[in-house]
Design a protein around this ligand. Structure first.
Ligand code: IMP
Length: 196
C-alpha cells in the first residue's frame, strides 16, 4: 500500500512512520518527495476542512495511491482555545516552533491567566485508493507548563504536560507520545478501520 502524507513537517512524518508501521506492505511518501508540489493554502475554518484540503491536494497528483492529510493544533482554554488551527503560524506566517512557544507562554503571562488547561487535537482525512474519504480524530488533554523543558518531539511538545503526568511531552519517552497522543489516537482508529 502506497500512502502519501501531505506534510513537510518532519516531526509529524516521523511519528506517522512509527504509528502506521503495523500496516503490512506499507510504503510512506510525503509531499517533500515530489519535485513540483506547493502546499495548498490552509483556508479552512476547522481542522477537518484543512486536513481535507491537504489530502485532496496530494490525491490530485497521486490519484492511484492513498493520501492522508493531518491538521492538528493546541487549544488553550484560558486563551479561548487559541492557537487551535493557527498553531503553526501563531507568532507569524513563517514562525519557528520556538517563536510560537515563546508567544504562547508570554500571552499566558501578560494576561495573568491561571487556567493553563489545554489539549492537542488532530484530524486525519484519508482518501483511499478507491476514492473513499475516511475521517479520524484524536485528542490529548493536559496543561501548558510554566516554562520549556525537554528536547524530544516538535512544536509545542516542550511546553505541554499531558494529564496525569509531571513532565512535558518533550521530556517523556517517545513511546508515551506514540501511545497516547492526539495523532496516535487518530492513527489507531485508522489502523482499526483498515482491519475491519
Ligand atoms: P498544521 O497541522 O501543519 O497546520 O500544524 C500543526 C501545528 O500544531 C504544528 O506546527 C505544531 O505547532 C502544533 N502541533 C500539532 N501537533 C503537535 C504535536 O504533536 N506536538 C507539538 N505540536 C504540535
Amino acid at each position: 500500500m502506497d500512502l502519501w502524507i501531505a506534510t513537510n513537517n518532519k516531526g509529524k512524518l516521523n511519528e506517522f512512520k512509527v504509528l502506521l508501521n503495523p500496516i503490512s506492505n506499507l510504503k510512506i511518501f510525503s509531499s517533500s518527495d515530489l519535485s513540483v508540489f506547493s502546499a495548498p493554502p490552509e483556508t479552512g475554518t476547522t481542522y477537518l476542512e484543512n486536513a481535507r484540503i491537504k489530502a485532496k491536494a496530494l490525491k490530485a497528483v497521486r490519484p492511484e495511491a492513498w493520501s492522508l492529510g493531518d491538521d492538528s493544533g493546541l487549544e488553550v482554554t484560558g486563551l479561548g482555545n487559541l492557537p487551535g488551527i493557527h498553531s503553526a503560524r501563531y507568532a507569524g506566517t513563517n514562525a519557528r516552533d520556538s517563536e510560537n512557544r515563546a508567544k504562547l507562554l508570554k500571552m499566558l503571562q501578560i494576561r495573568n491567566i491561571t487556567d493553563r488547561s489545554a489539549r492537542f487535537r488532530c484530524c486525519l482525512v484519508v482518501l483511499t485508493d478507491q476514492g473513499e474519504e475516511w475521517i479520524f480524530e484524536g485528542v490529548m488533554e493536559g496543561q501548558v507548563a510554566l516554562k520549556e523543558s525537554g528536547l524530544m518531539g516538535f512544536g509545542y511538545d516542550s511546553i505541554f504536560i499531558p494529564k496525569g503526568e509531571s513532565k512535558t511531552l518533550a521530556d517523556l519517552e517517545p513511546s508515551f507520545k506514540n501511545k497516547h497522543s492526539h495523532r496516535a489516537l487518530a492513527a489507531q482508529s485508522f489502523l482499526q478501520k483498515l482491519t475491519q
